[in-house]
Design a protein around this ligand. Sequence first.
Ligand code: E4P
Length: 221
Amino acid sequence: MKFYIDSAIIEEVSDIASWGILSGVTTNPSLIAKSGQDFRETIIKICDIVKGPVSAEVTAEDAPTMIKQGKEFANWHECVIVKLPITTEGLKACKALSHQGIPTNLTLCFSVNQALLCARAGAKYVSPFIGRLEDINEDGLRLIENIKEVFDKHNLKTEIIAASIRTPQHITASAKAGAHIATIPYKIFAPLVKHPLTDTGLEKFLQDWKSVCIEKTDNKC
Ligand code: E4P
């Protein structure tokens, strides 16, 4: 499973990119608004940093305007993935853009049927939202498992992006469920690395090493 960051804040993207584990980025209109920066400039900067797939979401509600926006975004940078909502108009735009070789990420997926439609419309990615389903007492991780099962059964190549991630446990569970990618909020990355036994183990290694150095007479440590 690949790691994407779900953020439009350049500093956050740069920080996680510097870890050497980042494959891509997803944004949405709320994240762009939160960044307070220009949409086009932000997407181009992020593409230059990550040099991998970067989702930029359309804001139109009808297919012809979605297609127009999608083509414009795709011209900004070769890494741009056009993000479309799963609506009838979004599916039409997905089909048209995919047909023209423009990759798409279909977002706000909450059911297997929606995911199946996206795959048939030629979506490169589909993004099922785990956290928002859990918010209404539904099983978001089961949705990932079910989509993976039917995609495998029907040999559908659309990649599953586990989205709306709220906890580190969501990431392990998404990987076990077969998601190809997890798109993760910035604040969830640090807890993925941390383990108290790593910290105490390292402290002891360094203490032992220093005590040997101090004992040595030639002072070569
Ligand atoms: C995915 O592409 C979305 O941007 C995102 O994961 C939404 O997450 P939220 O439910 O935390 O807003």
